[in-house]
Design a protein around this ligand. Structure first.
Ligand code: UN1
Length: 485
């Protein structure tokens, strides 16, 4: 019933395992279809297909490859509403956010299509006469793309679009929580006429599918978004490959005494409870100046109590379910820890209904070293911390192992500029929440959040290409560099 195959060499095929797993609607706990429990053998078949397609795809000029990306973008746009509804059904986020997720995919295929006409290298003079030097971009080869469930279309698109335009062929393993949204995207890629073998998808577990993708030496590059633990495992087991990692966050919003508190409260709420707190960029800490902390807390609690929890397909829902049972257990566990570490100001309970719901939760008077202020919860749990001045705020903000997004609310330009300079993170917002990065700017983090790559924007193609340096000597003589005669 409603069984969905893998996609290898342009064909929809069952797994060699003969087994499937269900994808559940987190608002009801019911299955929406079954997907292949992929195997090492399936991965090998997909690598074979990707290798076969590699030469012709890499020889296709990038402005021509770009035409496929534009077509994918257009088809996504035409199907946006249906795709968003299906995404909410599978992932749970409220419909308007699912629309945003599809929109990110539309935008990134369009943007990366444009990159096909740039693909810039450098030219620079040689130190020798009648000789020129330049760089060009070459594909990496077959790349493995391993993606999470929280942006089930946008994140695969952030990776597949630049990988394609750079001339790589792809093995895509989506999260087992959102295989149907991944399938929807791959169907659109197929519809756009992308040659067989350029994009292949194998669904299944990390143990069987992920493991093989990471460790197989025929895969030349890996791009992964997910947990720090898995990221670490990848760096230890992938061998010599080009690796791009987007891992966790413990993002903070600093609110200074001069800030517009109404605006700050709205931004904190959107950052903490948007997507039910399940974004790497989610704001899980509010660092408040002691002079306004009480007032800010009141505003936050008041507004949080008004949020409507429910099925993301319902028009008036503000906060959808968590992704699965395990996520609810994690939020419960951190609430128990939080009650010992701070004061529970609101929320803190799962809903006693079918589906995986947890109340938006706020802890106040949390200390910087508390576990709820240090560890990534990936649920709707916000900690409020108090500080005496900007320097302390920045110290607290930086006092975690991650560094993805950050924000400061202030009307003092010097405060804002100082925070931009001193906060250790890949992204800093001023008077705006920690979420909502745009696809034409680089995205990524420092410290344990990543290994230095930046997705999206003009840096997005760097992760998926190799630089070749070219020297062209037209002097007709053997010339030796470094002054050797
Ligand atoms: C993520 O949670 O991994 O900036 C990505 C944002 C989104 C992307 C989040 N555009 O919140």
């Amino acid at each position: 019933m409603n069984e969905h195959p893998n996609y290898i060499r342009g064909k929809w095929v069952p797994s060699s395992s003969g087994k499937t797993f269900p994808s559940l609607n987190p608002a009801t706990g019911k299955s929406i279809g079954t997907f292949q429990s992929g195997t090492k053998k399936d991965v090998e078949m997909a690598i074979e297909a990707a290798e076969k397609a590699q030469e012709e795809w890499s020889e296709t000029p990038s402005p021509k490859r770009a035409e496929y990306l534009f077509e994918i973008s257009r088809t996504l746009k035409k199907n946006k509403e249906k795709l968003a509804e299906r995404m909410t059904e599978e992932m749970g986020k409220v419909l308007k956010e699912s629309r945003g997720d599809v929109q990110e995919a539309i935008d990134v295929f369009e943007y990366m299509g444009g990159e096909g006409k740039r693909m810039f290298g450098h030219t620079t003079p040689s130190e020798l006469k009648h000789k020129m030097a330049c760089t060009i971009r070459r594909p990496i080869g077959v790349v493995g793309i391993i993606t999470p469930w929280n942006f089930p279309m946008a994140i695969p698109a952030w990776k597949i679009a630049p990988a394609m335009v750079c001339g790589n062929t792809i093995l895509f393993k989506p999260s087992s929580d959102t295989p149907r949204t991944a399938m929807d995207l791959v169907e659109i890629i197929e519809e756009a006429g992308v040659p067989a073998g350029v994009v292949n998808m194998v669904t299944g577990s990390a143990e069987n599918v992920g493991n093989e993708i990471v460790t197989n030496p025929r895969i030349r590059g890996i791009s992964f978004t997910g947990s720090k633990e898995t990221g670490k495992w990848i760096t230890q087991n992938a061998g010599i490959k080009k690796i791009g990692l987007e891992l966790g966050g413990k993002n903070a919003i600093i609110v200074m005494e001069d800030a517009d508190l109404e605006l700050a409260a709205e931004g904190i709420l959107w950052g903490a409870f948007g997507t039910t707190g399940q974004r790497c960029t989610a704001a899980s800490r509010a660092i408040a100046h002691e002079k306004i902390a009480e007032k800010l807390e009141q505003l936050l609690v008041e507004k949080t109590k008004k949020l409507k929890i429910g099925n993301g397909l319902n028009k008036n829902t503000d906060v959808g379910p968590l992704i699965n049972e395990k996520a609810v257990e994690k939020s419960i566990a951190y609430t128990i820890i939080g009650k010992k570490e701070g004061k529970l100001a609101c929320g803190g309970k799962p809903l006693n209904t079918p589906g995986f719901f947890f109340q938006p939760t706020i802890f106040s008077r949390v200390k910087p070293h508390a576990r709820i202020a240090q560890e990534e919860i990936f649920g709707p749990v916000l900690s409020i911390l108090r500080v005496r001045n900007l320097n302390e705020a920045i110290r607290v903000c930086n006092g975690v192992e991650y560094g993805l997004s950050s924000s400061i609310y202030t009307n003092n330009i010097a405060n804002a500029m100082y925070a931009i300079e001193k906060i250790e993170s890949g992204i800093t917002y001023v008077n705006s929440s920690t979420i909502g990065a745009e696809v034409h700017l680089p995205f990524g983090g420092v410290k344990q959040t990543g290994n230095g790559t930046r997705e999206a924007g003009w840096t997005g193609t760097e992760e998926f290409s190799e630089i070749k340096t070219v020297y062209i000597d037209y002097s007709g003589k053997l010339q030796k560099a470094q002054g050797i005669d």
